[in-house]
Design a protein around this ligand. Structure first.
Ligand code: AHG
Ligand code: MN
Ligand code: MN
Length: 314
């Protein structure tokens, strides 16, 4: 049954969809537990106090109270759900082991609240989750068992993929996730672009890429939140997002384990492409769980054009 976006003939909830798509039982349970945790994160966004937590994360970034609260909510849920081996949060420097038994369990890397600094200006933020089978997360993104994000925008939506299609769910008035559309497929060519990072630090190749997009009539759309910016590309089916290598910052800003691998998994399963400018994101062998990388992600033609210009001009 393919639901047209926003008009579901039957209310297929998340648990039923996972079951009907044959997702492994423990993985389905894990995804439902993450969906449950999102309800408490929504509440903390809507009512929690803004401002700093007085701590900073491994990257030296000042943590907001909401970062820490969202991290606690999701971590607690994962520790007690019974199907997790290891947990790794963007907000905590080391892996939290949950069970030495890897069999039938999953390891989860997550960004509990991406774009948290946008909450105090009431812009959309999200939770990003990467799931591996067993205990090992020091693996290329292509080895993920699943990836998902929850977008806390005017509507709350959840998008997941377990390797068989990319599917979008909306939260209804009972705070349950119901299928909005399944098997999302992207077009080959972008009509919007989302340029991250400081423009005056763009290399010659990236600057030429932006010129080429503009000359091609591609419109700029950038919210500053990775989750809404990627969601826009996926849901419109057209677009390209990039947070490139910059002069003095060859690895850009975004983190491979928590942000790039899960979004690359989703976009590539929807027929798009994700590259660091040279190599597919999902093929990068991690040097550490805190790797950062440049990212060009979205419509295949536009990502390939970026790779060609960077190869030529740097
Ligand atoms: P986080 O809030 O988890 O640190 O991530 C913020 C990221 C991402 O949401 C966005 O694409 C990027 O920061 C924007 O960075 P700039 O503010 O440098 O544009
Ligand atoms: Mn983030
Ligand atoms: Mn974050």
């Amino acid at each position: 049954m393919t639901a047209e976006r926003g008009k579901t003939k039957f209310q297929i909830d998340l648990r039923r969809h996972l079951r009907e798509r044959g997702v492994e039982r423990n993985l389905a349970h894990l995804i439902c537990e993450i969906a449950e945790a999102s309800k408490y994160i929504i509440n903390s966004i809507r009512t929690g106090d803004l401002g700093v937590a007085g701590t900073s994360n491994l990257y030296g970034e000042e943590q907001l109270a909401l970062d820490v609260l969202a991290d606690r909510i999701l971590t607690k849920r994962l520790l007690h759900c019974g199907v997790v081996a290891n947990v790794l949060s963007e907000e905590v420097p080391e892996v939290t082991p949950v069970s030495l038994d890897c069999e039938g369990r999953y390891s989860v890397a997550f960004d509990p609240l991406d774009g948290s600094s946008l909450v105090d200006v009431n812009l959309a933020v999200g939770t990003i989750v990467s799931i591996y089978e067993g205990c090992d997360m020091m693996l290329p993104g292509s080895k993920q068992a699943a990836a998902l994000y929850i977008l806390y925008g005017p509507r709350t939506t959840l998008v997941y993929c377990c390797g068989d299609g990319v599917h979008e769910f909306g939260m209804n008035q009972l705070m349950e996730y119901y299928l909005l559309q399944e098997d999302i497929q992207m077009q080959q060519k972008a009509n919007i672009y989302s340029p991250g990072g400081l423009r005056n630090l763009y290399t010659e190749g990236v600057e030429a890429y932006v010129q080429a997009l503009e000359e091609g009539g591609v419109k700029l759309r950038y919210s500053g939140g990775f989750v809404p910016d990627i969601n826009q590309v996926l849901m419109k089916g057209t677009g390209v997002f990039f947070y490139p290598h910059l002069k003095g910052k060859p690895d850009g800003k975004l983190r491979v384990a928590f942000e790039l691998n899960p979004m690359a998994y989703l976009v590539e399963h929807a027929g798009g492409k994700a590259s660091d400018g040279k190599t597919p994101i999902l093929e990068r062998a991690p040097e550490s769980l805190n790797d950062r990388a440049p990212i060009f992600i979205g419509c295949t033609e536009d990502v390939e054009m970026a790779e060609e210009m960077i190869a030529r001009l740097g």
